[in-house]
Design a binder for this molecule. Structure first.
Ligand SMILES: Cc1cc2nc3c(=O)[nH]c(=O)nc-3n(C[C@H](O)[C@H](O)[C@H](O)COP(=O)(O)OP(=O)(O)OC[C@H]3O[C@@H](n4cnc5c(N)ncnc54)[C@H](O)[C@@H]3O)c2cc1C
Length: 380
C-alpha cells in the first residue's frame, strides 16, 4: 500500500507531464504513473514538432488559453534553459470562405491578434514554395513550432525536481473512486490518493469506459522529406508552418527545423484504431497519398523520404476537448479528446487540471470542454 499522495496523475504524456509539473509547483504531493518510458513515441506526443498558433480557426474560445500557453512555454524554457519553441510564422491557407481562413480571421479580429491577409500573388511572392492558384492565406508572425519530446521531458524533470514521484513502465490496470479519495492499481500495487487526474490520451476511453464518452482514437502518419530543389526556401525563416484547407482532409507542414527534412501530414485519416493494437507500419499507399498532395501544392518539397512515424489523435464528435471533473466523482478530473490539436495547450491544460483537481475550479472558461455535452441524457 502507498498512501499519502494528494493526487495521482494517470498518464504522463503531453497533458499529464504538464499537470504533474503544475501540481508539484504548488507544493502538492504528486504521484505520476506512466505505462511507457519518459517522452516515449507510443501515444500522441512524439514526432519532433507541433504547430503552435494563436489565430485559431477552430474557435475564438481557444484564444485566451493560447495566450497563456505562449507565456507558460516561455517560462518553462527559462526555468529549464532548454529550447522548447521556435517562432517561424504561420500560414493558414485556403479558399477565402474556407473554415481555415474564415475561422482564423474571425479569431484574429475578435481578439485583436496581429495578422496579415495575403492574396495568392502575395503568397507566391513571399513564400514561393507554395503552388497556390486562387487561395488566400492568413499570415501570423507569432506562429511556430514546439518540440514535443523536449516539452514533455522538461515538464517531467521540473515535476521531479519539485518533489513529484514519477513511475514509468507501469500500466494502470484499474482505478476506483472511494467514499473519500481514490485507489489506483498498477503492477499489483494499490496506490491511494485524495484526487486522481486521468490524462491517458488515446487510452482515456478505456479508462473511462463506464462514462461512455465518445472518444475515438485515430491513426495518423507524419512524414519528413528532403527537398527536391531550392533547399534554402524550406529553412525556418524562409518557410512557415502551415495548414492548407482542401477538399478531403486538410494538410499541414513545417519547415526543415533541424536538418531532418520538411514535415508534412494530413489532418485526419478516418482510420479508427485500438491504441493497444495499433499498426505502426507506414504503408506505401500512405506515402503515395502525401506525395500526391505535395506534388500538387509544394512540389519542391517532394524529394526523398527521410522518415515517417505513426501517431494517434483522440477525436470527439465536435473536435473540442474534454477538460472537466468526472461527472460522477468530484475527486476525479480528466482531460482527453484533443482531436489532433491539443499539444500546444498542454502547459495550460496542466494549469487548469491542477486547479480542477485541488480546488474544484479554474479561472479559465472551460464550458465548451465539459464532458456533459458529449454524454447521452441517460448516462448522467
Ligand atoms: C500526427 C499528429 C500531429 C499532431 N500535430 C499537432 C500540432 O501540430 N499541434 C498541436 O497542438 N497538436 C498536435 N497534435 C495533437 C497533440 O499532439 C495531442 O493532442 C496531444 O499530444 C495529446 O496529449 P495527451 O497527453 O492527451 O496524450 P499522450 O501524450 O499520448 O499521453 C497519454 C499518456 O497516458 C499514458 N497511459 C495511457 N493509459 C495508461 C495506463 N493504463 N497506465 C499508465 N499510463 C497510461 C500513455 O502511455 C501516454 O503516455 C498532433 C498529434 C498527432 C498524432
Amino acid at each position: 500500500m502507498n498512501n499519502g499522495y494528494d493526487v495521482i496523475v494517470l498518464g504522463l504524456g503531453g497533458m499529464g507531464s504538464a499537470t504533474a509539473y503544475q501540481l508539484a509547483k504548488r507544493g502538492r504531493r504528486v504521484l505520476g504513473i506512466e505505462q511507457f518510458t519518459p517522452a516515449h513515441d507510443r501515444g500522441s506526443s512524439h514526432g519532433r514538432s507541433r504547430i503552435i498558433r494563436q489565430a485559431y480557426y477552430e474557435s475564438p474560445v481557444y484564444v485566451p488559453l493560447l495566450r497563456r500557453a505562449y507565456e507558460l512555454w516561455r517560462e518553462l524554457e527559462i526555468e529549464t534553459d532548454r529550447r522548447l519553441m521556435l517562432t517561424t510564422g504561420g500560414l493558414m491557407i485556403g479558399a477565402a470562405d474556407s473554415a481555415v481562413v474564415r475561422g482564423s480571421l474571425g479569431s484574429a479580429r475578435e481578439h485583436g491578434l496581429a495578422h496579415e491577409l495575403l492574396n495568392s500573388a502575395q503568397i507566391r511572392r513571399r513564400f514561393p514554395a507554395f503552388r497556390v492558384t486562387d487561395e488566400v492565406a492568413l499570415y501570423e508572425a507569432s506562429s511556430g513550432a514546439l518540440f514535443p519530446e523536449a516539452c514533455v521531458a522538461a515538464c517531467l524533470d521540473r515535476a521531479a525536481e519539485q518533489g513529484a514521484e514519477l513511475v514509468f513502465e507501469t500500466p494502470v490496470t484499474d482505478w476506483r473512486a472511494m467514499s473519500a479519495g481514490v485507489e489506483v492499481e498498477a503492477h499489483g500495487v494499490t496506490y491511494r490518493a485524495d484526487r486522481l487526474v486521468i490524462t491517458a490520451g488515446a487510452w482515456a476511453g478505456k479508462l473511462l469506459a463506464d462514462l461512455g464518452l465518445p472518444l475515438v482514437p485515430e491513426r495518423n502518419v507524419l512524414f519528413w522529406f528532403d527537398p527536391a530543389a531550392n533547399r534554402a526556401s524550406f529553412a525556418p525563416g524562409a518557410f512557415p508552418v502551415f495548414i492548407w484547407d482542401q477538399p478531403g482532409y486538410a494538410f499541414y507542414g513545417m519547415p526543415d527545423l533541424d536538418g531532418s527534412g520538411v514535415k508534412a501530414g494530413f489532418h485526419h485519416s478516418g482510420i479508427r484504431v485500438d491504441p493497444d493494437n495499433l499498426d505502426r507500419t507506414v504503408h506505401e499507399s500512405e506515402t503515395a497519398a502525401i506525395r500526391e498532395r505535395l506534388a500538387q501544392c509544394i512540389p519542391d518539397a517532394n524529394g526523398p523520404l527521410r522518415s515517417s512515424v505513426v501517431c494517434m489523435y483522440t477525436n470527439t464528435p465536435d473536435e473540442n476537448f474534454v477538460i472537466d471533473r468526472h461527472p460522477l466523482y468530484p475527486q476525479v478530473s480528466m482531460a482527453a479528446g484533443f482531436s489532433g490539436h491539443g499539444f500546444k495547450f498542454a502547459c495550460v491544460v496542466g494549469e487548469i487540471l491542477a486547479g480542477l483537481a485541488m480546488e474544484g475550479r479554474t479561472a479559465y472558461t472551460i464550458d465548451p470542454f465539459r464532458a456533459n455535452r458529449l454524454l447521452l441524457p441517460t448516462t448522467h
